[in-house]
Ligand binder design. Structure first.
Ligand code: FAD
Length: 224
């Protein structure tokens, strides 16, 4: 069920319910879904994609192959260069990926008055943030901070506030654990200056960097 709150639609149970809905009907129509299964290669016959080779060496043949992952990294990873004359490695490398994100998912004990469902803390200089990200490929010193707290609209989803804290980040291939920890603390300090103390009452936390996004979804340099 989708609810509309002040002009924004909220999917009851979270966005993954949309994927679950598609999966449900796909299976009902006779489709087979292989979860946690990586495609290692797309193979071709007479210049047409005709199937996939899975990481476990299983081959699945088909009339057509539809790729829903990031296009540039899928081409690079799944099709040998000679099979894609109009998308050589050099051309792929010449594309600049879009923005990535640095995310902290935080569970708080209890509910605070600070939060509604969506809130955005804007920096003094929005232009400088995006110059830093795209020109200097740096994590912003003074970032826009978006916080989603879906338990505000649906208190059955979590026993306390369930914060999804997102800041814009450059698309990059490497960040150390220490850099990631330091940046997280910087964001918490920024929020503290806005009167929002995240460290107090925090019961669980997970940080996601552009590199995690690249590793999990094969999104080029973690770009969205
Ligand atoms: C933290 C975060 C916040 C975001 N916030 C917003 C937002 O507020 N609004 C908005 O509009 N967009 C947002 N986005 C962007 C949005 O999520 C993406 O644009 C969208 O998910 C793209 O959908 P897709 O189905 O094309 O690709 P994906 O959702 O990336 O799905 C592709 C799937 O293919 C899988 N895959 C890739 N390669 C292989 C392989 N070789 N073998 C098997 N599986 C493979 C991946 O694991 C992935 O599950 C956000 C993204 C992130 C990461």
């Amino acid at each position: 069920m989708i609810r509309r709150i002040n002009g924004v639609y909220y999917v009851e149970g979270g966005n993954t319910k949309i994927a679950e809905g598609f999966a449900h009907f796909f299976k009902k129509l006779g489709g087979r879904i292989l979860n946690n299964t990586e495609v290692k290669q797309i193979f071709t016959k007479e210049k047409k994609a005709k199937g996939v080779l899975l990481q476990n060496e299983e081959i699945i043949e088909g009339e057509k192959v539809i790729v829903n992952g990031d296009l540039l990294s899928s081409y690079e990873r799944l099709l040998p260069e000679e099979e894609r004359p109009s998308y050589k490695d050099r051309k792929i490398a010449s594309y600049e990926p879009s923005v990535s994100v640095f995310v902290m998912m935080v569970a708080l004990k209890g509910r605070r008055k600070n939060f509604v469902h969506h809130q955005v803390y804007f920096p003094e200089n929005y232009q400088r943030e995006f110059n830093g990200i795209f020109v200097h490929k740096k994590f912003p010193e003074d970032p826009t901070i978006y916080i989603s707290n879906s338990s505000y609209s649906n208190d059955r989803i979590a026993p306390g506030d369930n914060l999804f804290i997102l800041v814009n980040a450059p698309a990059i291939t490497f960040i150390t654990k220490v850099e990631s920890e330091n940046y997280k603390e910087k964001i918490y300090n920024k929020l503290l200056a806005y009167g929002v103390d995240i460290r107090k009452d925090k019961v669980a936390e997970k940080t996601i960097t552009p590199c995690d996004i690249e590793a999990k979804f094969f999104a080029r340099r973690g770009a969205l």
